[in-house]
Design a protein around this ligand. Structure first.
Ligand SMILES: Nc1ncnc2c1ncn2[C@@H]1O[C@H](COP(=O)(O)OP(=O)(O)OP(=O)(O)O)[C@@H](O)[C@H]1O
Length: 799
């Protein structure tokens, strides 16, 4: 609104300015102002006040006296302007300030000049109703009306001082018509050129008094007449003023009073108008205030709405940003998808091309195939023809062949006839053969009867053989028992590579089992010790030699005897070497495998007379705990050994019993057991030399002749290595270990004996084995250093 108002104001002020310029050009054509002159151009023209003074003087000639043209100083310039303003002020017209003219808005200057124009000549103004209202103003100031704008030279003549002071006096129509003429006449009538009023002739005074121009005379002229008369009466002092002058005076005073009354009336009416206008303005102000209040509320509402709109705008902005981001993202996606579409199009094109090429190829192939097909059809047709021909040929040939077959049938028939004849001949000859066979059968029968009598003799001899065999067995076992049920052998281990051969403690090895040991740490008699064994094997004795002495005992097992063979000795003395052997190759086999092998060999040789079932168990005793070494169970259950009253007679009832048919079966079982132990026990290597291992072979024999059964057990034991237990030399853990081994050894004696006794309960102490061991070896042996020994113990006991 403000801008629109401003624009309207601007247009209005421009119009007003143009109006003024037009008027000024008419009034002062020598300046020839451009019709679209700006405020500044006007300011430049009017600021020195000269033009303003000329305007005033042109409109009201003689109103401004003195010099105001040409070059003017600053003071003169402002003086000129002030002069003009005083004229305007005298006319009761709105003015302007000097500052406004110099640097302020020119609108007030423009308005002032236009009002002045309108006041002087309303016909030059706008056609607005305001011009009509301004007409009285012109008259009010006594400015004569003109048919056209006043120009220099068209002056109304010299004015009397104060002639313009007819403010507020409304002019009648008669006055209006005769204003210029009457004024001139009035001046002529009232102008007192010489002398005094007293000197005026009576005719002149009556002319003045009766003159209707008295009404038209300016008030200033009337007052000057009054003043003149009064001055004259004062000058005359006692002199009397003639009556006619007094009448004139009265008449003039009456006229002045009348005018004052009219003016007072006019002022009153003006006041009333002003008051009514003031009331109007007050009511308008109130209405405006109400409007302002309403506007304030509306403003508040509008502010709220504006705030809401701002919020919505910010939201919309955010949404716009989001949507812009979406658009951006979508654009990217679009680009991406366009790229994909592009690549797909390319692929499609490539595929189309490929497809076309393939299609072309296929079409080409199809054509080729069609061609081939047509050629093949032709070929087939040709072949059909050929085959038809061949069929015909074949038919012809088959006819020929059937003829041939007929011929052949004929010949075959003749052949068959011949064969029949041959068969007849054969039948005759077979009958003769049958007769021969019968004669032979008779001959064989005689021979077989002769053989039966011979066989009977043989059976009798075989029965005698069984008896002899049993007798042999009995005698053999008796021999074994005579040799001693318990035998102790000593095997001297050769020096190992790197050992000092001179440091031997063996002094003497007798052929009958004597062994003389030297103790280098003891002197005299105590330094030598003699032992007696069943036999002493020298360091060069082979595995086979060692076994040869034990071999007969194995045979006893098959005859139902219990045999126990074990090796006892210091760690590293060669127990395992003797019992198992350094390797599993046959020549290295120790007592164990040789005994088993022998057992199976003998059972095989006796297979006609006896049937043997062989089963093996293998346990390990370590730290007084028994484990099954042939168990398939990886967990390696601990077994109880002390319960010896089991019905099956097994000392270690929980140990698995494996039926075997050969030594390799046992080797396989041991291998599997070893593998299982390797999985189940991490301390295997550590405990191998600290544990006792017992391989028990159970043999059940069935006499095929009389059905009698026998049971025998072979215990093959590799004991834990013994240690010296001399306290002075062995201390700490090693002493404890050595003591444990010796203790467990004596306990083991009972176990072994129990094993040998099969199921007999043997008291822990004072067992026969312990006694034998102690009597033949003595604890003293354990005290010797250096040379190591293996003692083999063999028990032989009949079930
Ligand atoms: N008669 C022998 N001929 C050759 N070497 C032997 C003989 N006896 C034992 N050895 C060797 O002596 C070493 C120890 O033997 P072996 O392991 O059999 O002793 P051990 O008494 O079983 O020991 P441990 O109590 O620690 O089990 C082995 O290297 C073995 O090959």
């Amino acid at each position: 609104m403000g801008s629109v108002d401003g624009e309207v104001d601007g247009i209005h002020s421009a119009n007003r300015r143009a109006e003024l310029v037009k008027w000024l050009n008419a009034l002062l054509p020598e300046f020839n102002l451009p019709s679209d002159s700006s405020d500044e151009e006007l300011r430049e023209l009017l600021s020195d006040g000269v033009v303003l003074c000329r305007i005033a003087n042109t409109l009201i000639p003689g109103v401004l006296e003195g010099s105001w043209g040409g070059y003017a100083s600053l003071d003169q310039r402002s003086g000129n302007v002030k002069k003009f303003l005083s004229v305007v002020a005298d006319m009761g017209l709105p003015g302007f300030s000097v500052t406004e003219l110099n640097e302020g808005p020119m609108s007030s200057v423009v308005e002032c000049l236009l009002v002045l124009r309108d006041s002087v000549d309303p016909r030059l103004g706008d056609d607005s109703p305001a011009d009509v209202a301004k007409t009285p103003l012109r008259k009010q100031w006594g400015v004569p009306e003109m048919d056209r704008p006043q120009v220099p030279g068209a002056a109304l003549g010299k004015r009397f001082p104060g002639e313009d002071m007819r403010n507020g006096v409304p002019e009648s129509k008669a006055h209006k018509k005769t204003s210029v003429f009457s004024g001139q006449k009035f001046r002529e009538v009232f102008q007192l050129k010489r002398g005094s009023y007293s000197d005026l002739p009576a005719s002149k005074i009556s002319e003045m008094m009766h003159s209707s121009s008295l009404d038209n005379a300016p008030t200033q002229s009337l007052i000057s007449v009054v003043n003149g008369i009064l001055d004259e009466s004062i000058e005359r002092k006692k002199g009397e003023i003639p009556h006619r002058v007094v009448y004139l005076l009265r008449k003039v005073v009456q006229e002045i009073e009348r005018r004052l009354c009219i003016q007072a009336e006019h002022i009153r009416s003006q006041n009333i108008i002003i008051k009514t206008r003031e009331e109007k303005y007050c009511s308008k102000i109130k209405a405006l205030e109400i409007l302002v209040n309403g506007t304030n509320e509306e403003n508040k509402m509008a502010t709220n709405r504006l705030q809401i709109l701002k919020d919505e705008k910010s939201k919309i902005e955010e949404r716009r940003k989001v949507s812009e981001q979406d658009v951006h993202r979508l654009m990217k996606e679009k680009e991406h998808s366009e790229n994909i579409i592009e690549s797909l199009k390319k692929d499609m094109e490539a595929m189309n091309r490929m497809h076309k090429e393939q299609l072309e190829q296929i079409e080409r192939k199809a054509k080729q195939m069609e061609e081939q097909f047509t050629t093949k059809v032709k070929e087939v047709e040709y072949l059909l023809l050929q085959s038809n021909k061949k069929v015909e040929e074949v038919e012809a040939a088959s006819k020929l062949k059937s003829q041939l077959w007929d011929k052949k049938e004929h010949t075959f028939q003749s052949y068959m006839d011949n064969q029949h004849l041959y068969i007849k001949d054969i039948r005759i000859s077979s009958r003769s053969i049958k007769n021969d066979m019968y004669a032979l059968q008779m001959k064989w029968r005689d021979e077989i009867s002769n053989l039966g009598s011979g066989l009977k003799c043989l059976v009798d001899a075989a029965e005698n053989y069984h008896k002899v065999l049993a007798e042999n067995q009995k005698l053999f076992n008796e021999v074994q028992e005579l040799k001693g049920n318990i035998r102790v052998y000593c095997r001297v281990r050769p020096f190992l590579p790197g050992q000092d051969k001179k440091s031997t403690t063996i002094d003497y090895m007798g052929e009958n089992g004597e062994l003389l040991i030297t103790n280098p740490f003891k002197q005299g008699k105590d330094g030598h010790r003699m032992f007696k064994f069943n036999k002493v094997f020298n360091p060069f004795a082979s595995q086979a030699e060692v076994f040869s002495d034990i071999q007969p005992l194995v045979r006893s097992v098959l005859d139902g005897f219990n045999v126990c063979i074990f090796a006892y000795g210091q760690t590293g003395s060669g127990k395992t070497y003797t019992m198992s052997g350094p390797s599993t190759s046959k020549q290295d086999w120790g007592v164990n495998f040789r005994a088993l092998n022998d057992l199976f060999d003998i059972s095989l040789s006796r297979r006609n007379a006896f049937s043997y079932e062989v089963g093996v168990q293998m346990v390990e005793i370590y730290n007084e705990q028994v484990r099954d070494l042939l168990s398939n169970d990886i967990a390696q259950r601990r077994l109880g050994i002390w319960s010896t009253s089991q019905p099956n007679g097994l000392v270690v009832p929980d140990a698995s019993l494996h039926p075997v048919k050969s030594t390799s079966d046992v080797l396989d079982l041991m291998e599997i057991g070893q593998a299982n132990r390797a999985v189940g026990s991490t301390a295997l290597n550590e405990r191998s030399s600290r544990s006792h291992s017992i391989l028990t072979v159970h043999v059940r024999g069935l006499d095929l002749k009389n059905g009698s059964t026998s049971r025998g057990c072979l215990h093959l034991i590799d004991l834990a290595g013994s240690e010296r237990v001399e306290k002075s030399e062995v201390t700490g853990d090693r002493l404890k270990e050595a003591q444990y081994i010796n203790k467990s050894l004596s306990a083991l004696g009972d176990v072994i004996f129990a094993l040998a006794q099969k199921s007999a309960h043997v008291p822990y102490r004072n067992s026969k084995l312990t006694q034998v061991l102690q009597s033949s070896l003595g604890n003293q042996l354990l005290h010797f250093l250096g040379q190591v020994f293996t003692y083999s113990y063999v028990s032989h006991h009949r079930c």
